[in-house]
Design a protein around this ligand. Structure first.
Ligand code: NAP
Length: 322
């Protein structure tokens, strides 16, 4: 085992060391990370591009030369982000799309518009997400599920041809290490009544994103579309400060910057060997185990994938998408 690998394994064993900026800095130095490759002539789309990691992804993609589409729910914030990115990167090819990803019918319509306007898409980053304080249900779907599972399903489905035209198109689901706490549980994901726990719901949705990445990767030739889920590490973002204020306050000196959190996604976006990674759960530029606890291990990975895809297909059909 090389020194770099031994250090990585030791860090991985200590969650705090691994997920904070300590892990990022040590791995980057010891593994001699190169900056992500150029993306001139490529086309990218990032959801939730107005804040935190999404803004960092969008900024990074534009700085690497990609024509960058920003998808956001607030037109004014999206326009401010666009102007800031153009000014900072000198790349004028930054465009804004407005849509609330928690509104399944609106997403289905927006997905069709995007597919009509973007014939080739090299990189699609499903980043938008948050922890919901209370349960809100729209079109029969809870908001966390709608924003982070159904919206990626609708958008990726509509943009599949555009992604395949870039062979390999690359799809990133920004999941979270929080998913290590929860097993895949479709029955709970589908619940729209009864007691609600926002943090556990978020963790279940993130677990399902990892299942979705694997399901897509298994069904789609990786040379056509390569799909990964990833954990960005713990990054100092407005979303983290808002949803987990105590965690944010205590760990703030150790949190990653949004740019550091966005590194692995940008690295994947420009990797020539992206197809080799398809289906994996990435963190700090490596595929990682998807379980740390025996109780989250699935006895039937393929069954989970089939069940999730079938459920999302039904939800999508119900809102005029898919
Ligand atoms: N920060 C971390 O340590 C961390 C760790 C693990 C995973 N993540 C994941 O990283 C992603 C980004 O999180 P962040 O920390 O950067 O949070 P953030 O600062 O709150 O950014 C979230 C982005 O998503 C957008 N968004 C949320 N709901 C949306 C909706 N319904 N429709 C359209 N856009 C929506 C937000 O738009 P507005 O500006 O309009 O609110 C914002 O642009 C999330 O998926 C999160 O789960 C973050």
């Amino acid at each position: 085992m090389t020194l770099a690998r031994a250090l990585d394994v030791a860090l991985e064993a200590s969650v705090l060391g691994s997920f904070t900026r300590v892990g990022y800095a040590l791995r980057r130095r010891v593994e001699h990370w190169d900056p992500p490759g150029r993306l001139d002539g490529r086309v990218a789309l990032v959801t939730g591009a107005t804040s935190g990691l999404g803004l960092a992804y969008a900024h990074g993609l534009a700085a690497l030369g990609a024509r960058t589409h920003l998808l956001a729910r607030d037109g004014a914030r999206a326009e401010a982000a666009r102007q800031g990115i153009v000014q900072a990167t000198g790349n004028p090819a930054v465009e804004v799309w407005v849509g609330d990803l928690a509104d399944p019918r609106a997403v289905a319509a927006l997905a069709r518009d995007l597919a009509g306007a973007i014939p080739r898409l090299d990189v699609l980053i499903h980043n938008a997400g948050s922890i919901a304080p209370t349960r809100v249900v729209r079109d029969g779907v809870e908001t966390t599920v709608a924003t982070q599972l159904l919206a990626p399903y609708l958008l990726t489905g509509a943009l599949h041809h555009a992604l395949a035209a870039a062979a390999p198109g690359r799809v990133v689901l920004v999941a979270s290490g929080g998913m290590y706490a929860e097993p895949f549980d479709l029955e709970r994901l589908a619940r729209v009544a009864g007691p609600f726990d926002g943090v556990r719901t978020y963790a279940r949705v993130k677990r399902a994103q990892v299942v979705l990445a694997r399901a897509w990767a298994r069904r789609c030739p990786a040379g056509e579309v390569s799909v990964v889920a990833l954990h960005p590490g713990w990054a100092d973002t407005p979303g983290l400060a808002r949803s987990l204020p105590r965690f944010h306050r205590v760990l703030r000196p150790l949190l990653r910057t949004p740019d550091q959190g966005a590194d692995t996604g940008l690295w994947f976006a420009s990797r020539p060997d992206a197809p080799v990674l398809s289906g994996s759960f990435l963190f700090d530029r490596r595929p990682r185990a998807t379980d740390r606890l025996a109780r989250t291990r699935s006895a039937d990975l393929r069954g989970d994938e089939e069940a999730l895809l079938g459920w999302l297909r039904g939800l999508a059909a119900g809102v005029g998408g898919g």
